[in-house]
Write a new protein. Structure first.
Length: 176
C-alpha cells in the first residue's frame, strides 16, 4: 500500500503514514461479485471512478499548505531567558578571570628572596592558597555559567512545548 499524500510504501495494516503522518482510513471491502447469469455484455467502454481520497483533510506542511500561524506568548519570560543568558556569560567570565587573577597573585606573592622565612612574609602557603583558591573559583565560574545558561534554555524548552501544543491543537481542529 502507498500513502496517498507522500507515496511512501506502507504495510497493509498501517493506520497512518510513518513519513508524513497522514491518517489512513481502512480500505473499503470489495463489492461482492455478481453471479455470472446477471452480467450483460456491454458494448460501451467501462468508466471507472477514481477511488475516493484516503484522507480528504488538509495535511499541513506536506501538500503545500502552510501550518496555521501561532503567535508567540510569554514575552516577559523570553526577555528573562535572554537576560539570564547574558548574566551567565558575564558571571562566568568574571569568576574565571577572578580565579586566574587569584592564582597569579598567589604565585607572585609566594616568591621570596631570603631563604629564612620571617613573620608576615608570604611563603609556600600563599602559593598553595592562591593556586587552589584560583582553581576553585574557575570551577565555580564554569558551574555558574552552565547552570544559568541551562536554566535559560529550559525556559525556552517549556515555552516551545506550549507553543507546539497550541499549534498541534489548531491543526487538529482544522482537520475536523
Amino acid at each position: 500500500m502507498q500513502c496517498p499524500v507522500c507515496s511512501a510504501e506502507l504495510p497493509n495494516t498501517a493506520k497512518f503514514c510513518g513519513s508524513c503522518g497522514t491518517t489512513l482510513s481502512p480500505q473499503p471491502a470489495p463489492p461482492p461479485a455478481a453471479p455470472a447469469y446477471h452480467q450483460q455484455p456491454s458494448s460501451s467502454p467501462v468508466f471507472q471512478q477514481p477511488p475516493p481520497a484516503m484522507n480528504s483533510s488538509p495535511s499541513y506542511g506536506f501538500a503545500g499548505n502552510a501550518p496555521p500561524e501561532v503567535k508567540k506568548k510569554y514575552k516577559a519570560l523570553r526577555l528573562i531567558a535572554v537576560l539570564l543568558k547574558i548574566l551567565s556569560v558575564i558571571a562566568g567570565v568574571a569568576l574565571i578571570i577572578g580565579g586566574l587573577v587569584m592564582a597569579v597573585a598567589g604565585a607572585a606573592s609566594s616568591t621570596r628572596t631570603s631563604t629564612t622565612p620571617t613573620f608576615g612574609e608570604p611563603g609556600p602557603a600563599a602559593l598553595f592558597g592562591g593556586l587552589v583558591g584560583g582553581l576553585v573559583l574557575i570551577v565555580y565560574g564554569v558551574f555558574v555559567f552552565v547552570f544559568l545558561y541551562a536554566y535559560a534554555e529550559w525556559m525556552y524548552v517549556f515555552m516551545d512545548i506550549e507553543e507546539n501544543t497550541r499549534l498541534t491543537n489548531e491543526m487538529l481542529s482544522a482537520r475536523k
